[in-house]
Design a binder for this molecule. Structure first.
Ligand code: ZN
Length: 215
């Protein structure tokens, strides 16, 4: 499969395409391509039986498409663990280079990498890493903006967007940090939080992309 096709399959999966139909607009937005190229590519993927595409309804992954997506995510997330733990990468650097490595590493290498890293369950950004059989543990989370002022929880995941990850890392936000939401600014203003006993302010938009334990 070409890298481009693999990226489609992976993004469709991340948009929920294993369980439900994903619409073309969502795919175009996330991959930053025109609706026409999405339609064209979906035709190709359908021919290869990786997806089922119904015009005006959307796209769902076939069993084979799902397997391909899970394999890509598994490689991506294991590489991220390696790059951060062993090569001192930042969050965004690791995400960027894992985007390349996921397309070239054979399954044997990924299995050995997983063993070497001692079977991590989550990537450094908090996303679940699928096991070789495709199983993964997905915890129930909610975003910081779904919390109440005064509520405390633990940071478990951040959205993998490079600018956001750099911003959060500069602020000293870590996966596993204890967090208390102290105050929400009026009209979706800045959110004041306390992380590991230091007060910080986060834009409302960024706070919506940081996830904590649901309870
Ligand atoms: Zn990650």
């Amino acid at each position: 499969m070409t890298r481009n096709k693999e990226d489609y399959i992976k993004e469709i999966y991340k948009l929920g395409g294993a369980e439900q139909q994903v619409n073309n607009k969502q795919i175009a937005e996330i991959l930053n391509v025109s609706p026409a190229s999405v339609t064209e590519m979906l035709g190709k993927l359908q021919k290869e039986e990786l997806i089922v595409y119904e015009p005006y309804k959307g796209t769902k992954l076939t069993e084979e498409g799902m397997k391909a997506a899970v394999t890509l995510l598994r490689g991506h997330r294991l590489w991220e663990v390696f790059l951060i733990e062993h090569l001192g990468y930042t969050w965004s650097e690791a995400h960027e280079d894992a985007e390349r490595l996921e397309h070239v590493a054979p399954a044997r290498l990924i299995d050995r990498l997983e063993k070497y890293l001692d079977y991590p369950a989550f990537c450094p950004h908090g996303n679940a890493i699928p096991q070789a059989d495709g199983k993964m543990r997905i915890p129930k989370l909610k975003s910081l903006v779904e919390m109440q002022a005064g509520e405390s929880s633990t940071i478990r995941r951040v959205t993998e967007e490079n600018d956001l990850m750099d911003y959060l890392q500069e602020l000293g936000i870590h996966i596993g940090s204890k967090v208390v939401v102290e105050e929400f600014g009026a009209c979706e203003g800045p959110v004041t939080i306390r992380v590991d006993n230091t007060q910080k302010q986060l834009s409302y938009k960024a706070a919506g992309m940081v996830y904590v334990d649901e309870k």
